[in-house]
Every structure is written in C-alpha cells, then in structure tokens.
Ligand binder design. Structure first.
Ligand SMILES: Cc1ncc(COP(=O)(O)O)c(C=O)c1O
Length: 476
C-alpha cells in the first residue's frame, strides 16, 4: 500500500481495519490459550478510556506532563507494595518484560563496572528455563550467558549447577517466578542466598507471575517465596500487561534501592538539542500505558484481582486434571500458577496443535531440550473460564484424530532427513530445509506442522539463523 493521495474517511479506515483484523485469532472467544490476558469488560473499557486520555501525552518530559510521572509513580508503588517491597525499593514502568529485563541486566553490568572494575568479560548465570529476553540482554550488552540445567522432573533451576557455574567473571544470577514454559517457580531463596554468598546481583523474573502469584499468596494458596521479602534479591521484573491485566505496553522493573537504579538512567547534553534524560530505553513514549495500568489497578481493586485469580486457578486445576486424564497426554512438572505444558510419547504434538486449531483453539508449541521433551503450552486466563470443558472435549477428539490419521509424522525421520541434508551441504542446505518445512515465498504459512517439526530437529544455532532470515524476508 502507498500513502493515499487524498485521506480516507474515518468510516473507510475503520471498515478496512476491521477487515484486516478478521484474519487474527478471536482472542475474546477464550479459545486462544496463550498471549491473552482479559480483565473483563468493565476493567477493559475503563482502561481503554484512560489509555485514550493519555494517548498523545508524552512521558519524555515530566516537567511538561507531570501527571504522567504521577501515574507511573503510583502504579510502581502499588506493585512494589504487592510484592512486599519496603520504601527503599524503587522502579520504573517500561514497555514490557523484555525491556524490564534488558534494563535490569544493563544496570547489573554497569554496577559491576563500577564495583568490580577488574571484570572485562561479564557472565550471567541462568537456567535453561529462563526467558529468551535474558539471552537478548546478553547479546545487546555483551554479557556471556552461562546456561545451566534444571531438574527435569520439577523444571526448577538446579542451584548446585548454578554454584558450579560461578567464575570470577560472574556478575548476575537469574531466577524465574515462574518460568513461562511450565509455570514453575525457581527456588528463589536458594538462588538469592547463593548470589549473596558470592556478592552477586540476583534478578527475579516475575514478569508473567509476579502479580498473579502475589494475589494467590494473599488468598492463602501455597506460593513459593519469590518477592522482596527474600533476602539477596537485587532486582525484579513484573508485567502489568500480563496478569496485571493492563493494556500493552506495560511492565515494571524494580531495584532493592535507589543507588542501584542510578546505573539504569541515561542522560546526554553533548548535542545541539534538548537535555536528554531517560530512565528507561524509550525516550519519547506515550503516557497511555501508565494511564491504562493505573486505571486497571484502580478499577479491579484487590477484590477484582482476587475474584479473577480464584476463578482462573479453579479452571487451571480442572484443565490440568482433564489433560492428564486424556490417554497419551501428560502434564509436565507441577505448575505453581495458571500456566502449564503437556507432552506425549505417543502422538505428534505439532499435529495435535493443528487439529486443535481446526477445532478453533490455539495452543502454543514449545520445543525439546536435551533433558526435556517437546510439548504444548497453555496460558489460562479469564476469557477462557467458560471454555474448559469444551476445550478438553475437543482436545480428546483431536488426540484421537491424530492417532487415527495414517499420516502421523515421525519426528525422528524428519531429524534423520535434516541431519543428512546438513551433512551433505552445511552451507547450502537452507533452501532444502525451508522446502521441507513447507515454507515458500514471504507469505505466512498455512500450517505450522512441518515448520515446527523442522525447528524441533535442527540444532539451535541453525534454527535461530533460519528464523532470523525468515523474519527478515517476512517484513519485506
Ligand atoms: C517469564 C517471562 N519473562 C519475560 C517475558 C518477556 O515479556 P514481554 O513479551 O512482555 O517482553 C515473558 C513473556 O512471556 C515471560 O513469560
């Protein structure tokens, strides 16, 4: 499309956008079991109104828009309180979990530059269950990721492996509360104690779980310790746009005390332009996410979150039990909140995801590691509350359909085929691999089955390269 010579009418624009949107998954149906966090109609409408009130106000300059700073400070303080931080704990709103993690890791690195100037090649210790955003931080800020294993039964980080991985270059250790994939909280007190013992920074990634787990704790559920009451935790991330149920883009990065956060803040006076001073990565940024988050917290109140958390936890328990009751499926680990994954030794799970999609459901494929099987992930949220039984019935039918199909894809055969291709021509196998995955041109693929089979089998670095190239083509 080109910029139209003459502007379109508002009606035309809305009609066109509605037509575009028809291609997306209908998330409000409750049938999209990932990516979605629905606060319910009243809170969503309120948040939208607040969001629109601040769409054009910029958080770049608090002297011009002091109310945006006020909203940010109030949201951050409400979340710090929820996570049981004292008044020394400080934080900022960011554009999402990734930005919060990037900032915390940059801050840890810059803090180490001052406090441990001898370190020239800083290292981060993290479990394989930690979010890819930490690897992105390593790539962006020149930190070496030192990945350790997790317990393959519980999916909790292996703290002894973390201890063994510490070197004189280690600056930071990471724990997740919980890790996204299996919804399991790491042993945060042990990880933080290890960090303290060695004078290291400890980051708790509570992006997906911080808010939900805190309300679970207040309701009396058995929640593993993960928040500011754990000694040795240096920084933390918690997302408003996930189980805080606020509109995107909204997350919070926090530090044990203000002196640590100083390394996060960037200022520049070396140019012809205005005095630039940014607490976070973005410079110009809309006040809308601050207002949207503030309105969501204010509208739901503790009572609203309690109701959501209780109902979502009940539904999750029914889901976990129901999935385990389907012959051939098995839930991995023991999820601490409302997200989990399941695997199968009997049927091809990528085909199962496709069968579920045919029945109107989205479940999210996740890949194997050397010590854990590939699986399908479910993030439970409020919009799926009334769908549990229908989903389980369709999942059972989908399992039977894959079992009955005479075209079940044998992942090991795909692996053998790929290995042969890579061995014959490591540099030139790209097109054949893409063809095997059923990828052609720059359109989004119709079916993800073969692509996922290929990604499951390729060595990580080959798959990463291929995905980056594909993405590059996709946005052409
Ligand atoms: C545990 C965890 N950390 C970090 C992130 C990254 O958050 P975002 O997608 O908002 O950047 C996610 C996203 O799902 C997550 O689950």
């Amino acid at each position: 499309m080109r910029i139209p010579e003459k502007g379109l009418s508002r009606e035309e624009i809305v009609r066109t956008l509605e037509a575009y949107k028809a291609q997306d998954l209908p998330w409000q149906s409750g049938r999209v079991m990932a990516y979605v966090y629905d606060p319910g109609k009243e809170a969503l409408d309120t948040a939208k109104q607040a969001y629109m009130m601040y769409l054009s106000e910029s958080a770049l300059d608090p002297t011009t828009f002091p109310s945006v700073m006020r909203l940010e400070k109030e949201v951050v303080r409400m979340v710090i309180d929820l996570l049981r931080g004292d008044d020394q704990v400080v934080g900022n709103m960011t554009s999402g979990g990734t930005e919060s993690i990037l900032l915390a890791m940059k801050t840890a690195r810059d803090h180490a530059r001052v406090t441990r100037p001898g370190i020239k090649a800083p290292e981060m210790i993290l479990a394989r269950t930690a979010h890819p955003a930490f690897h992105k931080a390593c790539a962006y800020f020149d930190i070496k990721p030192v990945v350790v294993d997790f317990d393959p039964e519980s999916f909790r980080a292996d703290v002894e492996a973390m201890r063994r991985a510490i070197t004189e270059n280690t600056i930071v250790i990471v724990g997740s509360a919980p890790g996204y994939a299996q919804g399991v909280v790491d042993p945060i007190p042990e990880i933080a104690a290890l960090a303290q013992e060695h004078g290291l920074w400890c980051h708790v990634d509570a992006c997906v779980g911080g808010i939900h787990l805190s309300f679970m704790r207040k309701l009396g559920y058995d929640v593993p310790p993960f928040d500011w009451t754990v000694p040795g935790v240096t920084s933390m991330s918690a997302d408003m746009h996930k189980y805080g149920y606020a509109p995107k883009n909204a997350s919070i990065v926090m530090y044990r005390e203000k002196a640590l956060r100083r390394h996060q803040i960037f200022s520049c006076l070396q140019t012809t332009t205005y005095a630039l001073i940014n607490p976070t990565i973005l410079s110009t940024k809309s006040g809308a996410p601050m207002a949207g988050s503030w309105a969501t917290l204010a509208c739901l109140g503790e009572e609203g979150y309690f109701k959501i958390v209780r109902e979502v936890q009940d539904a999750t328990a029914r889901l976990v039990e129901g999935v385990n009751a389907i012959p051939g499926l098995r839930v991995l680990g023991k999820p601490d909140m409302c997200m989990f994954s399941f695997t199968s030794e009997e049927i091809n799970l990528f085909q199962l995801a496709e069968e579920a999609k045919r029945r109107g459901w989205y479940v999210q494929p996740q890949f194997s590691t050397p010590i854990s099987p590939y699986n399908l992930h479910i993030t439970m949220n409020q919009s799926s509350l009334s769908c549990v039984e229908a989903f389980l019935a369709d999942l059972r039918a989908a399992v039977e359909a894959v079992r009955a199909s005479d075209t079940q894809i044998d992942i090991e055969a795909v692996r053998a085929q790929l290995n042969a291709l890579l061995e014959a021509d490591p540099a030139g196998a790209r097109d054949q691999i893409l063809a095997l995955g059923g990828v052609s041109g720059t359109d989004l693929p119709d079916s993800m089955v073969m692509i996922n089979c290929v990604l499951e089998c390729l060595p990580d670095h080959v798959a990463e390269d291929l995905l980056a190239e594909y993405m590059n083509e996709l946005f052409a």
